[in-house]
Structures are given as C-alpha cells and as structure tokens.
Design a protein around this ligand. Structure first.
Ligand SMILES: [Zn+2]
Length: 463
C-alpha cells in the first residue's frame, strides 16, 4: 500500500475516468506497468517545487536487475532536481548520480527477478529556471506561466542496450519512457489554473490553497502546468473534451488553435485510430520551440498565438498528431527520432489534405521539400540518432525529408495497403515501444513486398 494514496497498487479503477468507455479494456492489460504516486507542492513564487514520489516498479524485462535508474531531467534543462530520503521497500539506500546529475542509480539489495516488484520512495526538490536558456524554455517559469514537463524523477527505459540514461542533445526530444500510471496530488495557491496530463478526480480548497488530484494513464509521462493568467475554451470531439488554455489577450488565437486541434483529432481518429482519453489539453506557453508534445497535453508557443502565421496551424496539428505517435505508440526519441517525428509530420500532411483538399496537401509537400533542400547534404538518411545530426540538419532531414519518405512509402505500398498498415501499426504498438525494424516488418506484411531497398535508400543509408 502506498502512503500517499489509499489505493492498492494493482487497483486501476481510478483510471477509468480518463479513458473513453470503449477503451477501458486497456486497464486489464499492461501487466507490470509502473505506478507513480506523486505529491507536488508548487511554491507561491512558482519557481520551486517540493515533491514526494512513491513508485511501484516491476521487472518486465527478460533478465534480473541489480539496479534501477531514474532520470532527473531538470538537471539538464537549466534547472535542478535534488533527491533525498531514498528508500527501496522502505529500507534507506544510497543513490549514485551520474551523467551531469541527470541519472540517479538506485541499487537493489538483491537482484530483482523477472516479474518481481519493488517500491521506491523519495523526496525531491526542483528549482525552475526563469529564462528560456538553450532548452526551448520547455521547463520554465516565464510570463507567469509555469511549465513542468517530467519534473519528477522518472524511471529510465531498460532495453537491449541496458538502461537508457545517456544525456540527450537538447535540440531533440529528451524523453524515452515506458507506459505507466500516475496518481498525482498537486498543492498550489488557489489563484493558479492547474493543467495536467489525465483528468482531475478530486479538488479541495482551503485558506488560499488548492489540492487537485489527477489520474493519468496509461501514459509515458506526467505533464503539469500552472498559471493565474489562463482562460479556457472547450469543445468535445468523439467523446473527448478538448480544452484550450491561453492568456485572455490572445483569446482569438486560442479559439483558432482549438479549431485546429478539433480538426486534427477528427482526422487522426478517422485515419489512424481512436484517441483513447476523455480529455486533451492544449496550452500556450512561452516555449521558444514551435510546440512540444506530452501525453494528454499539447503545448504551442505563445509567440505563435501573438503573431499567428502558417506555422501556427502546422505546429498545432503536428503536436496533436504526437498523441498517436509518441504518446500512444512509443519509440526511442533519442536514438530513433524519425519514428515519431517523421511519421507525425506525415500525419500533419494528412491533416492538411483532409482539411484543405489537394491544394492544401500540395502546399504542405512544397514546404517539406523546401525544408529538406535546406540540409547540408540531402542524401543524409532520416534514420539516425538525434546526436548524429547538426541542429539544422536534424530539422531538414527528420522533419522535411521524413514525411516525403512516408509519402514515398505510401506510393510504393499502394494507398489502401498503407492506410491499413498505419491503423494496424497504431493498434499493435500503442502503449508499447516500436522500433525501425518493427515498422518495416509490419509495412512489408501489409504490402506483401520487399521494402529493404527503399528503407536502405531513405532511412538507414546503406544503399
Ligand atoms: Zn514533433
């Protein structure tokens, strides 16, 4: 039993509220998914967070584990995170920091056998930067908006490379995570609007302090944001409540962005498969990236709300598509960024075709080709790790050439086979982790063709 919540670790009924009725079946699967219980105190100065975490981790790998690694992302995102009172099954242990203090090794007294679980508990304190810095201001308190992505200690992925704890280049996405469940109690000044992954299941108010409890999952991350300057407008699409949060002086843009998300969710529900959750939050933050994706939450740059241009719609549709490719279908965003980014960019193309017809599709194609031509060498393959690209080639190749590859793949397979493949890919790999080989193999099954030459030419660069 957790001490933060009076809920058994295996009781997932609390997550039903966040799932559409016909999607609740997932709660009977995902055996051994981590369960996080979090208590997060947001300081009135909005730049400090004090937290307590209790997480039940199960070894779902195929070998015993002698240690568990946690990411302390604030330490590489211009802020800081410090862990104290670390315990495993209620016994104090000494953790070891490495990789610029972004990796915390938690030793286990005895190897954790396959299928066995431990409970790790810890306290943590986080300092939030008040400048955008070199990390897009993704994690920051700017313009009265507090953005807290992966602010809690997050368990790293263990895969055939072992524990994935490398320090990622900050011009790509930093999170590679397994699907988990989150119960989070957020304590904050009452004047703040609190936005988070998942759904609110309880709210209390006492003497200027609010306590809001969220249930989120199955999700790979728990996103949290707060501001006393947000107003919200909402719409419902296929049973999902879509909320658009922004400061009141950009309310026209917030309405517009909500329309983009509504059209995008309609497009992807129809073309790829159903968005499973009852809620999706869109919010404007002062990030210097165009937008950033989180499970159940889409961030778009406040600067685009203030000066809306063509990129405003593209960024909003793109981040929405990530709910399908990244949030649901997982992948290693550090080593295989094309798996989610190039496919998300292709899905964005689908959005423009769906909403604006062939004209809109053709314009998007021209934009992507121009983007690709900006690369230092257009032959660079799309399938490299983030670190293998320069900052600008990363954009041109993964976001420009990448969608052109998927379009070529669709033409090679035939539209019907490609559409069936895409739906199967979403259905088969959501909540799990896809790999380049898995995507290629499934595509070959659907076309009954050999795609090795195409993948070597575009993706792996071995042709
Ligand atoms: Zn993206």
């Amino acid at each position: 039993m957790s001490t933060l919540f009076d809920v058994l670790w295996d009781d997932r009924s609390v997550f039903e509220a966040g799932l559409l009725d016909d999607q609740e079946d997932i709660l009977n699967r995902l055996d051994g998914a981590s369960v996080y219980h979090l208590e997060l105190n947001i300081d009135p100065d909005m730049t400090h967070l004090a937290g307590r975490e209790e997480v039940r981790y199960t070894n779902t790998e195929d070998a015993p584990l002698t240690e568990i690694y946690f990411h302390l992302f604030p330490n590489i995102l211009d802020g800081s995170s410090k862990v104290t009172n670390l315990r495993v099954n209620n016994r104090p242990v000494e953790g070891q920091l490495s990789n610029r203090n972004s990796a915390l090794q938690v030793p286990l007294a005895a190897p954790l056998k396959v299928g066995e679980s431990v409970v790790v508990t810890l306290d943590f304190s986080v300092k939030v930067p008040t400048e955008a810095g070199a990390t897009y201001g993704a994690f920051s308190c700017l313009d009265n908006i507090l953005a807290l992505p992966h602010a809690y200690p997050m368990i790293a992925v263990y895969d055939d490379e072992g524990w994935n704890i490398e320090v990622p280049p900050t011009y790509g996405d930093v999170v590679y995570a397994d699907t988990s469940f989150y119960l989070a109690r957020v304590i904050a000044p009452s004047d703040l609007t609190i936005i988070a992954s998942g759904v609110e299941i309880e709210t209390e108010e006492d003497a200027g302090t609010q306590t809001v409890t969220f249930a989120a999952g199955p999700m790979r991350d728990f996103y949290l944001a707060a501001s006393n300057d947000y107003v919200v407008t909402s719409q419902i699409v296929d049973g999902t409540l879509i909320n658009s949060y922004a400061p009141p002086d950009v309310s026209d843009s917030a309405e517009q962005a909500l329309e983009y998300v509504v059209d995008a969710v309609n497009t992807f529900n129809y073309r790829v498969g159903p968005y499973p959750f009852t809620e999706l939050d869109l919010l404007a933050t002062p990030t210097t990236a165009g937008g950033i994706e989180y499970p159940g939450a889409i961030v778009v740059a406040l600067s685009l709300y203030q000066n809306p241009n063509d990129f405003f719609e593209l960024a909003t549709a793109h981040e929405t598509a990530h709910q399908w490719f990244y949030s649901a279908v997982g992948s290693d965003q550090v080593d295989d960024p094309w798996l989610d980014e190039s496919l998300t960019q292709y899905a964005t193309w689908m959005y423009f075709r769906e909403v604006y017809g062939e004209q809109g599709g053709a314009q998007f194609e021209r934009q992507m080709n121009d983007f690709w031509r900006g690369a230092s060498d257009t032959n660079i393959p799309i399938g490299l790790p983030v670190a293998a690209y320069s900052d600008s080639d990363y954009g041109s190749i993964v976001y420009g050439k990448g969608p052109i590859f998927f379009n070529t793949l669709a033409e090679t397979m035939g539209e019907d086979a490609f559409d069936a493949f895409l739906r199967d890919y979403y259905q088969s790999y959501r909540w799990g982790i896809s790999t380049p080989e898995a995507l290629k193999t499934l595509a070959e099954e659907h076309c009954g063709c050999n795609l090795t030459p195409l993948f070597e030419e575009w993706v792996f660069g071995e042709g």
